[in-house]
Design a protein around this ligand. Structure first.
Ligand SMILES: [Zn+2]
Length: 327
């Protein structure tokens, strides 16, 4: 499905089968000299067919089209290499670009497995997750050649000028694109209107949930009239959604604290198993393993935020992180 949203700005709906995100909104902006495509879909046949048929409808010539990836996740980057022409430049924020090249290395995923083991997942769950996790299964066809851009980098498309606006949180270097004149924000996964963007902790060196909430407040200061999100509903009330997302995480932080208060010490996996989730499964043991993996990451980012606030701490016991309340 293709729809014109504003002059020369089109959305192509790319379905993500069997994924709770349901679809990706890929945006095509017709430029004076070169066009820009924002985000692409998984490197899978269903996504490829939808994206290329949308581009065909728009009579988009990839020879005159560059690609911007809001962040490193494979539902955004996956098709970038397959649809690019020899003259297509593929841009991504430099922080995420540096991580993206690591995702092609098996050692990277071994380290991720070790990390999730230390967070409480079992070897059996990790083995099952490895083959089906979309984070690793639908990567782009090409490992190199991404052009890293800095905060403030500008795409001049003629009628629209789009500035890179770094919003770390969902990923370490997530970037939105902002048009000041018409007050348009392409929000990627920074703001999604009908689901909550997943926030995980990429390492223990930073408070990623804190970074995300700071990024929400930072973008709130921009004048924004149109927000074009990367999943599900294309547009919505930006400022209202920011308030909702901040409230959501404050509620979640209170829930995590409560779970920990009732125990001596818990792994992030155990904390996640006691949190409430809006997925269609009777109980934690029936969660699909990939959803458990995302839930553990989400629990971790909340635990780490509380740790950075000095409310909780962890001990490493038998290779597992055990979080506890500082009393
Ligand atoms: Zn994402």
């Amino acid at each position: 499905m293709v729809e014109e949203l504003l002059k020369d700005i089109f959305v192509i709906k790319v379905p993500l089968p069997n994924n709770p995100l349901k679809d990706l909104n890929s945006y095509f902006i017709k430029g004076a000299k070169r066009n820009l495509l924002i985000d692409t879909g998984f490197n899978s046949k269903a996504c490829y067919d939808a994206l290329t048929s949308g581009l065909d409808k728009l009579k988009a010539d990839m020879k005159n089209t560059d690609i911007f990836l809001t962040h490193l996740h494979s539902d955004h980057t996956g098709l970038s290499a397959s649809i690019a022409s020899d003259s297509t430049k593929i841009f991504i924020g430099e922080t995420d670009g540096d991580i993206l090249v690591n995702l092609f290395q098996p050692e990277y995923w071994n380290q991720v497995d070790e990390k999730y083991f230390s967070l409480g997942m079992s070897r059996e769950e990790l083995a099952e997750n490895e083959s089906i996790n979309p984070a690793s299964a639908f990567l782009p066809a090409k490992e190199k050649g991404y052009i890293g851009v800095k905060n403030g980098f500008e795409f001049d498309l003629g009628y629209y000028k789009l500035k890179c606006f770094e919003t770390p949180g969902h990923t370490p270097g997530h970037m939105c694109l902002y048009n000041e004149e018409h007050k348009i924000l392409f929000s990627g996964d920074h703001i999604i209107f009908d689901i909550t963007p997943n926030i995980t902790s990429w390492d223990f060196d930073k408070d990623y949930l804190g970074l995300y909430m700071d990024s929400l407040l930072k973008t709130k200061e921009l004048g924004i009239q149109f927000t074009f999100s990367a999943h599900r509903k294309v547009m919505g009330d930006y400022h209202g959604r920011v308030d909702e997302l901040i409230c959501h995480h404050e509620d979640r932080l209170a829930e995590v604290e409560k779970v920990l208060k009732n125990a001596k010490g818990l792994t992030p996996y155990e904390v996640a198993s006691q949190m409430t989730w809006s997925i269609r499964a009777k109980n934690w043991s029936e969660f699909p393993v990939t959803q458990k993996w995302f839930a553990v990451g989400e629990a971790l980012s909340h635990l780490e935020h509380l740790r950075y606030k000095g409310l909780v701490n962890y001990e490493l016991i038998n290779g597992r992180y055990i979080y506890y309340i500082i009393r």
